[in-house]
Design a protein around this ligand. Structure first.
Ligand SMILES: [Zn+2]
Length: 260
């Protein structure tokens, strides 16, 4: 089975039915991340259409400013969601430092909740990698996926030391830095992702299709000197993700734990 550990299926719009068909045909276990509460509601609905899709709730650092002062509204969806994401800090694409305190406040809220509830977090770290690491340590977060890591190699080494999972996506096809990162992540902590549909759009101008994950697996095989098949055979990482997913779908069958 293929794993897409970081996507945004709610952003497919009219292309969603086709994307879901591809996910089902290729058997791609897909973590669909949320940017805010409307995005989470959309992802929940999408997850109801395929057992291969796992939704997670988070507020992206780009949207943090909208939620400062109303963090209590986030408590119910956080409790409901088996995985927390996308959350994090962004000091690279967000250049206006006046927005950083809001990012920090929202991120701290989510980390405190994830720590108390023992939940896996899906992290955005652009330009703030060391700050994110420091926050994970301070909150004692043990289960974390760093998505599309492109920061300094020494911070990556510290994240790996803590057992943090890291995703490699389509940037492995074009970025030398990401290729060198892809060589440093141990087998048991390596996950594949697409950041679909926007990740590919950012890289190539075209929205990504779910089957992009096959290209990522192939490229990773080349970069790491392993056959693609052997990347697919790796089990350690995906075992944990699958268990969390089974929990989500079991919870959905037994009904929501609070009214939406
Ligand atoms: Zn994302």
């Amino acid at each position: 089975m293929l794993i897409d550990a970081h996507a945004h299926l709610d952003r497919y719009g009219d292309d969603l039915p086709g994307a879901l068909r591809e996910i089902d045909e290729l058997r791609i276990l897909t973590l669909t991340n949320s940017m805010d509460t409307p995005s989470y509601r959309a992802n929940l609905e999408i997850a109801g259409r395929s057992p291969l899709v796992l939704p997670s709730f988070g507020v992206h650092p780009w949207n943090a400013g909208d939620y400062v002062g109303r963090l209590d509204e986030l408590e119910a969806p956080v409790r409901e969601s088996a995985i927390i994401g996308e959350i994090g800090l962004d000091h690279r694409f967000v250049e206006d430092a006046e927005r950083y305190p809001a990012q920090r406040e929202v991120f701290e809220f989510f980390l405190a909740a994830a720590s108390a509830q023992g939940k896996l977090v899906n992290l955005h770290t652009s330009g703030a990698e060391e700050l994110v690491l420091e926050s994970l340590v301070r909150h004692g977060i043990e289960r974390a996926i760093v998505h599309w890591y492109a920061g300094p190699l020494d911070t990556l080494a510290k994240l790996i030391d803590r057992g943090t999972y890291a995703t490699i996506g389509a940037a492995v096809l074009s970025s030398e830095h990401v290729r060198s990162i892809a060589q440093k992540i141990p087998d048991g902590l390596l996950l594949t992702e697409t950041d679909n549909p926007g990740g590919s759009k950012w890289l190539t101008g075209e929205p990504g299709r779910p089957r992009l994950i096959e290209e990522v697996v192939r490229a990773l095989g080349e970069v790491r000197g392993t056959r693609p098949q052997s990347s697919r055979e790796r089990r350690l990482d995906r075992h944990e993700v699958r268990e969390t997913g089974e929990q989500h779908h079991a919870d959905q069958r037994s009904g929501p734990r609070h009214p939406r």
